[in-house]
Design a protein around this ligand. Structure first.
Ligand code: HEC
Length: 114
């Protein structure tokens, strides 16, 4: 019975109705952020940890110096999260490689919480 419930839940996760696809991507992005960003960033608005709070970042200008972006949009965030040091050599943000689908999920979550 338990296995059946798990299988049903996996089926639901695996086959989101298309209208919910963006929401479910963002939901996955929150999990990625908890695992990969939270050590250095509070997942809140404004409050600083090692780096700035992550909520509200999407769609606004960078609060940090030395990055060549006017605004944190999906393309800028994708470049930053692919390799922060390729964007800003001396940045203290160290991020072990993040898979493209995890970057997309985290960016969807940031966009949802702009
Ligand atoms: C090892 C600590 C660390 C980890 C892990 C980390 N960051 Fe950072 N992050 C920083 C620091 C420090 C800065 C400030 C960088 C600077 O000033 O060059 C920063 C800056 C940023 C900024 C710029 C914010 C602004 O206000 O302009 C974004 C966006 C960001 N990080 C996103 C993320 C995301 C998303 C993750 C997880 C996938 C992540 N970071 C993981 C330490 C980290």
């Amino acid at each position: 019975m338990r296995a059946l419930l798990v299988a049903a839940a996996l089926l639901l996760i695996g086959l989101p109705p298309s209208s919910a696809a963006a929401a479910s991507l963002a939901q996955r992005g929150l999990v990625v952020a908890e695992v990969r960003c939270q050590a250095c960033h509070f997942l809140t608005r404004g409050q600083r940890r090692i780096g700035p709070g992550l909520l509200g970042v999407y769609g606004r200008a960078p609060s940090i110096r030395g990055v060549p972006f006017k605004v944190w949009d999906a393309a800028a965030l994708d470049r930053w999260l692919t390799n922060p040091r390729a964007v800003k050599v001396n940045t203290p943000m160290y991020l072990a490689p993040l898979a493209a689908r995890d970057r997309a999920a985290v960016i969807a979550w940031l966009k949802q919480n702009r």
